[in-house]
Design a protein around this ligand. Structure first.
Ligand code: KG4
Ligand code: ZN
Length: 341
């Protein structure tokens, strides 16, 4: 049977992305334009700038994805597109473009939930036994899923306030490290040997929900106590103290690693039949966290999976992958498909 070729579009936040996938041939292309440089001066994503940049980049990125896959629009059978959740203006650009192609070419359209994309992203490269637990940690989301089958999953825990990536980004901003904070914090933490200097609080135990805003406050108060932060002017007073920056980064990373392990322990207690754990989303680029979680799973006889970095951060490949199994399940959308920010 001929497998359909899917063109996927992702524009939910600050990455303009497109991918081409065919189950028989594999992931044929996965290209993106990262808007990090545009948002860097503001220390976070500015929605208006994001949608304007998507508008400029979406057409060249789709062309690049088709060229890299050695395909033409004539070879495409299905358009898969992220339609929720995300920044409304950004989602609208991708969805409008997808609908226009689908309408003009009379192609099938499939709306994909960005979070479902992340949740199944480790399956692009790995065959993972069901049921398994997926920990998604990105700049916008931190959730734990019980994954029972393709497209069959349930949220078993999520953050009640900030996402894990947001905690890295906000704390990095507090000590003038730049944006995005995660990769810089990992580098500094390595220089401090991943030791726990300041023992930040691990939060409430005994449930699977995450809370990271208290962690940011705890780091802030600890800096104030060390005369390193002025609350009145909201300035970090020890910008030249590299050792302090390394120690904060290291303590923070170890703390977040402990929180992840704690929450996974709770999840495994409740769902004893799981065979594996996957760790996905932008934060899953972190090598320290991957090593810690791999050891944790190994000690409990669970298989551990994570996507390669190109499938961890926002990408269209994961949207194409979900689009493919939704097509097999006959879950198509029509041109009334709308965004849900
Ligand atoms: O998945 P993603 O690209 O975007 C969202 O959907 O939010 O994730 C971006 C997040 C940022 O918060 C960034 O700081 C974090 O992933 N991140 C990391 C690392 N690389 C990226 N966090 C910790 N360690 C890293 N190496
Ligand atoms: Zn994402």
């Amino acid at each position: 049977m001929k497998q359909p070729t899917i063109l996927a579009i992702e524009s939910s936040c600050d990455e303009t992305a497109a991918a081409v996938y065919n189950e028989h041939e594999g992931m044929l292309s996965n290209v993106l334009f990262s808007q990090i440089e545009q948002h860097k001066p503001f220390g976070g994503v500015i929605p208006e700038i994001a949608s304007r940049t998507h508008l400029q980049k979406i057409r060249p990125i789709i062309t690049e994805a088709l060229e890299a896959a050695h395909k033409k629009l004539d070879d495409i059978d299905i358009i898969a597109v992220t339609h929720k959740p995300g920044l409304p203006g950004s989602l609208l650009i991708g969805l409008s473009f997808a609908k226009a192609i689908a309408y003009a070419r009379n192609l099938k359209l499939i709306g994909v939930n960005h979070l479902e994309g992340h949740a199944f992203s480790a399956m692009i490269e790995h065959k993972i036994p069901f049921p398994y637990i997926c920990l998604t940690a990105s700049g916008g989301h931190t959730s734990m899923y019980l994954i029972k089958d393709f497209g069959d999953y349930e949220v078993i825990g999520q953050t009640v306030d900030d996402a894990a990536g947001e905690a890295f980004d906000k704390i990095a901003k507090l000590i003038n490290l730049g944006y995005p904070g995660g990769p810089i914090i990992e580098k500094l933490a390595r220089e401090a040997d991943f030791k726990d200097y300041f023992h930040y609080p691990r939060g409430k135990q005994g449930n699977i929900n995450f809370s990271f805003s208290g962690l940011k406050t705890a780091v802030l108060y600890d800096l104030v106590k060390q005369d390193a932060f002025d609350m009145k002017t909201k300035t970090f007073l020890k910008d030249h103290d590299l050792i302090l920056k390394q120690q904060v980064s290291s303590s923070l990373l170890v703390c977040i690693g402990d929180i992840f392990k704690q929450k996974l322990s709770e999840a495994i207690k409740l769902h004893k039949d799981v065979k594996a754990v996957s760790f996905v989303g932008g934060v899953a680029c972190n090598r320290y966290l991957k090593t810690e979680l791999a050891t944790f799973c190994n000690e409990r006889g669970l298989q551990f999976f994570f996507p390669s970095p190109q499938y961890c951060t926002d990408n269209a490949a994961m949207i194409a992958f979900v689009g493919n199994y939704k097509a097999k399940q006959g879950k198509f959308s029509d041109l009334t498909l709308d965004i849900f920010g």
